[in-house]
Design a protein around this ligand. Structure first.
Ligand SMILES: Nc1ncnc2c1ncn2[C@@H]1O[C@H](COP(=O)(O)OP(=O)(O)OP(=O)(O)O)[C@@H](O)[C@H]1O
Ligand SMILES: O=P(O)(O)OC[C@H]1O[C@](O)(CO)[C@@H](O)[C@@H]1O
Ligand SMILES: [Mg+2]
Length: 484
């Protein structure tokens, strides 16, 4: 047994010919040798036994980048998810626990449902606990018994039936609880913060030498988790945002110089605002945290609004909640240091601020009276149940995660990479945040769809490109994830 935390933090990297790199995930046998294995019960499951090649080949891996150059290296790969021929848990030995942490996201209940059902119906497991109310629930609350009957209808509801919270990540207390209750499979559903917490739990479980697997499922409507194609619930949130944008458009179109302002979630990443704008086609201006803007003077936001009203008589603005925070801070002559229980910065209301600025500007132009409606649907886009495609996505994520756990893999997040389910080491998921890259084609598509200015001066463009290049060199990455 290795009780050395340093060893457990190291990445398992396998290299091959032509620059092939596998960033592998840990396995229980890395620190507990000679564990017994069992034939996968799916072999005799009538639904799966007829499927040819149902079991994943041990050597199957998925490339992180599918766009490659003729002479370029093969690059980074992740282990392909799916059921293995042999498993490391007998069904009656398993005591599983599921926890949801961080903000709500459409699809949480579907993931919970599908983990429970996969454990019961595919692997014959009958002991599954829900941890009540996020990480702190491990040590401060009662658990909830989860059975297929109990979770049968939950995918039709928004939220999470086992509750969630921010803060409360107390490593020793959480791992004591896992150990004392005899939990040997921990399924942790949450965003970037949650996955960092999961990595810490995995390291401690390993340090104590426990036969307990720790696996993550990435969740966040912000889509700010790196490596994966997108996070579940994101599509549903974008779809729900359309309702607010439509309302803003109707209001704006029906008034003289009507302006509809919609604020959408996205603390550090503007993906929801960007995709909601691209989907709608009614939006004339989209503001995101990654793209700085300014209000006054030539080429500024107010000049653009004036032009749009003169040309079209109305306009719709979508603003991500994290956009322009530096402008608000400069104006209030203070940077707010307020944080939520998890340490995330609390933001000032950019939607209200922007609306006030626009109103104040046009108050000085009597020939252009405006009607501005500010719509703030914040929690509405994440409190809804997941749509059909997110439901399928959640099912695949949950089942893939269960297969990996039963096969003895640990310290991993289950995620979709280039359309394939994979197991990604925690380090990869937690090392950075996924942001909209404003020098990529997706942002260019948005600019050409809204016809808005980029608000970047040539010097700033060069600066952004330089930063982007530095990140790519660090990543060893020559093609970019969101440059579709
Ligand atoms: N660096 C960290 N180490 C250990 N635990 C952490 C860390 N960061 C966050 N956590 C814990 O993870 C949980 C969720 O974190 P957070 O509130 O940041 O949400 P999240 O998982 O990022 O999801 P989202 O941002 O989508 O709401 C909290 O209980 C928090 O205490
Ligand atoms: O008010 P809460 O629940 O802390 O969450 C707000 C935040 O959670 C998210 O929905 C997900 O991180 C963000 O978009 C938003 O800033
Ligand atoms: Mg987060």
């Amino acid at each position: 047994m290795d009780n050395n935390n340093n060893i457990s933090c190291q990445m398992k990297v396998v290299t091959g010919e032509a620059g092939y790199v596998l960033e592998d995930v840990p396995h229980l046998t890395d620190y507990i040798p000679d564990l017994p294995t069992y034939p996968n019960p799916l072999r005799s499951n009538p639904a799966y036994s007829v499927v040819k090649q149902y079991f994943v080949d041990a050597d199957d891996t998925v490339p992180q980048k599918v766009v490659v150059h003729k002479d370029g290296p093969r690059g980074i790969h992740f282990r392909r998810a799916g059921p293995r021929q042999r498993v490391y848990f007998a069904p009656d030995e398993v005591h599983a626990a599921i926890v949801t942490c961080g903000g709500l996201c459409p699809g949480l209940n579907t993931v919970i449902r599908e983990i429970v059902c996969a454990l019961y119906h595919m692997y014959g497991v009958t002991r599954v606990l829900g941890i009540d109310g996020g990480y702190r629930g491990f040590y401060s609350k009662n658990t909830i018994t989860l059975t297929p009957k109990f979770v049968n209808d939950i995918h039709k509801r928004g939220g999470t039936i086992i509750g969630t919270s921010r803060g409360g990540h107390d490593k020793p207390k959480i791992v004591d609880s896992i150990q004392d209750r005899g939990i040997n499979q921990v399924y942790i559903i949450g965003g970037d913060g949650t996955q960092k917490g999961a990595a810490v739990i995995y390291q401690e479980v390993r340090r104590r030498g426990l036969k307990a697997v720790v696996a993550g499922i990435p969740k966040t409507i912000d889509n700010d988790i790196p490596v994966i194609d997108k996070s579940f619930g994101f599509d549903t949130a974008v779809e729900e945002a359309q309702r607010a944008i439509n309302a803003a458009h109707v209001e704006a179109e029906s008034a003289e110089n009507g302006i509809g302002v919609v604020k959408l979630m996205g603390r550090y990443s503007g993906f929801i605002a960007m995709y909601a704008t691209l989907a709608s086609r009614d939006v004339d201006l989209c503001l995101i945290p990654e793209s700085p803007f300014y209000l006054d003077g030539e080429g500024g936001l107010l000049e653009y609004v004036e032009k749009r009203l003169k040309d079209d008589g109305h306009m719709v603005i979508v603003v991500a909640e994290g956009a322009g925070q530096e402008l608000l801070a400069a104006e209030n002559l203070k940077t707010t240091t307020a944080q939520d229980a998890s340490g995330n910065k609390l933001l000032q209301d950019v939607g209200l601020w922007l609306s006030d600025k626009i109103k104040a500007h046009f108050a000085k132009i009597p020939s252009m009276p405006i009607t501005l409606k500010y719509i703030d649907p914040t929690y509405m886009i994440r409190a809804v149940p997941s749509n059909a495609s997110d439901n399928v996505y959640c099912t695949l994520l949950a089942q893939s995660c269960v297969h990996g756990v039963m096969a003895g893999y640990t310290g991993f997040t289950s995620g979709l990479v280039n359309g394939r389910q994979t197991y990604i080491p925690f380090n990869r998921i937690t090392e950075k945040q996924n942001n909209v890259v404003i020098t990529d084609r997706m942002w260019a598509r948005l600019l050409s769809s809204t016809n808005q200015p980029s608000f970047l001066r040539p010097k700033e463009v060069r600066e952004v490109q330089k930063q982007e290049l530095a990140t790519q060199v660090l990543d060893g990455d020559t093609t970019k994830a969101n440059d579709i």
